[in-house]
Every structure is written in structure tokens, then in C-alpha cells.
Design a protein around this ligand. Structure first.
Ligand SMILES: [Fe+2]
Ligand SMILES: [Fe+2]
Length: 276
């Protein structure tokens, strides 16, 4: 019988050391470092304490500081080191995913020293409290949208076949199913149907938890539920069909596991009135 525990999903931290994010077509700038520090401080107040945190990708984004200049790999490394320093304040271990803004080589050098090759994709699984967790790598280098390559899908099929008795949650940066918002649905996992068909063949898979879209939404089809989690920094409008950036509020997801039951809520950090 699976045990009782909590975990948190923090995503789209977009750390850009030495600067702030000025979204295209928006008239504000946003300090992603300060925002993540507030989120970490909030996670520290949770009772019960999370057993672990999953960081859902778009971890570091020096590419957003100046769109006319491609940053050097060292710029990403500086941001990953800052990210690690901030996350050192969490009361629990961290599991990382990469997103479209991440730099695999810099990520591996700073946060994944045991990577088999310097540019290796980062997909893996782990167990906790009788549950199985799968982290996928949906980055397609140079693309805003995502892709889960055939080698990774084969690995996923084998992994799920070996864990048929374990309730399973899958994490992936990009959303495999569309949300119904035109602009963001051009940036799904482009072989999302293939991925979800594979997951549907394994009834132990309960949820697919994504980042990337900077808003919270739930989509269910058949047995599967896909959840998206707000960013720890900038949010996107939940209704705009063309994409509208909003200066917060930062958010994250809390998941409570009790036996076979899963419960989740999204927390937002608002000034003055809050969920906390
Ligand atoms: Fe993002
Ligand atoms: Fe993304």
C-alpha cells in the first residue's frame, strides 16, 4: 500500500543572472530571481514538509535578457549556479527537467555532473512512497515546441512495463495535449498523441504534469489527466488566444498523496491577499 507524503512542482523559474525579464509585447519587467526566492520561502512554510520538489523546466533563460544576442554557454552556467543557490533553501531534494529555454550542456555541467555525455538528454525515473515518477526530456534544440524522441519513447515503454503495479505520475515540460489557446498550442509536444497513446496503454499512469504554459489548467481524456502548473515568475493569460504576459502572481503546485488518492492545489503568491 502506497504511503502518505507531499511533493511540490515548481516550474519555469527562468533564472537570468544579472538582469530582469521584459516580455515581448508587455510594458513591465520582472525579477525572476526575487520571485523564486519568495516561492522557496513559501515552500519552507508548508506543513507537512514536501518529500521532494520537481523543477519542471525552463530553469535558466539568459537568452531572454537580450533577444538580439545569443548568450555564451557560460551565461547559462552562471544562471544555473544561481538557481542551485536559491533552491538550496528548499527543505527537500530536487529533481530537474529541462525545457525549451534550457541549455543542455550548461545544465549537465552545473547540475548533472554524472551525465553520460556533455549534451545528453535528461530523462529518468524514481520511486517514492510506493509511487513511481517519470521525468521526460521534451526539449527539441532550437525549437519552442517539444518532441519526445523514439529512443526516449522506447525507454519509457520499458520503464512503464516494469512498474505496472505502481501508481505513476509523469512529468514533461511541454504539454502533450492542446489547452485550447491558439498561440500556446503551436508549442505542444509535437508527437504528443504518440506519447499519450503510450501512456494510456499503462493504466497505472495517473497524471501527466507539465510546465511551459505559465498558467494552471487540467485536461482529462479517458483515464488520463494532464495538469499544467503556473510559473514561479510571469504568468500568461488563461483566456487570450494570442498570448498576453502578466506580471505574476508567482505560483506553484502542491500534491498530497494518501495511499492511492492524489490531491492537488495551486498556490499563488499575491501581495496583500494570498492563498497562504
Ligand atoms: Fe517558460
Ligand atoms: Fe517552455
Amino acid at each position: 500500500m502506497p504511503g502518505d507524503f507531499r511533493f511540490v512542482h515548481l516550474t519555469d523559474t527562468h533564472i537570468m543572472a544579472g538582469g530582469t525579464w521584459r516580455p515581448r509585447s508587455a510594458d513591465f519587467e520582472f525579477d525572476t530571481e526575487a520571485s523564486l526566492r519568495r516561492v522557496v520561502a513559501t515552500v519552507r512554510t508548508l506543513d507537512p514538509v514536501p518529500a521532494f520538489a520537481v523543477l519542471g523546466g525552463d530553469l535558466a533563460s539568459p537568452d531572454l535578457l537580450r533577444r538580439d544576442v545569443t548568450p555564451a554557454v557560460e551565461d547559462w552556467e552562471t544562471s544555473y549556479r544561481l538557481l542551485a543557490e536559491i533552491l538550496g533553501g528548499l527543505p527537500c531534494p530536487v529533481h530537474y527537467l529541462v525545457g525549451n529555454h534550457d541549455h543542455r550542456v550548461a545544465f549537465n555541467r552545473v547540475l548533472r555532473r554524472d551525465a553520460p555525455t556533455v549534451d545528453a538528454p535528461h530523462y529518468y525515473a524514481f520511486d517514492h512512497g510506493g509511487h513511481h515518477f517519470v521525468a521526460l526530456d521534451s526539449q527539441e534544440p532550437g525549437q519552442a515546441g517539444g518532441f519526445v524522441d523514439p529512443q526516449q519513447l522506447q525507454w519509457l515503454g520499458r520503464d512503464l512495463a516494469r512498474h505496472r503495479d505502481r501508481p505513476t505520475i509523469v512529468f514533461v515540460h511541454h504539454h502533450p495535449w492542446p489547452l485550447g489557446l491558439g498561440w500556446i498550442d503551436t508549442m505542444t509536444v509535437r508527437n504528443g498523441d504518440e506519447l499519450m497513446t503510450l501512456l494510456e496503454q499503462h493504466p497505472q499512469v495517473r497524471w501527466v504534469v507539465c510546465g511551459h504554459v505559465h498558467l494552471d489548467q487540467a485536461v482529462q481524456s479517458g483515464r488520463l489527466t494532464m495538469l499544467t502548473t503556473p510559473s514561479t515568475c510571469i504568468q500568461m493569460s488563461k483566456v487570450s488566444q494570442t498570448g498576453k504576459a502578466l506580471p505574476g502572481p508567482p505560483g506553484f503546485r502542491v500534491v498530497d498523496v494518501s495511499g492511492h488518492a492524489l490531491s492537488t492545489r495551486v498556490m499563488h503568491l499575491r501581495d496583500g491577499v494570498g492563498d497562504l
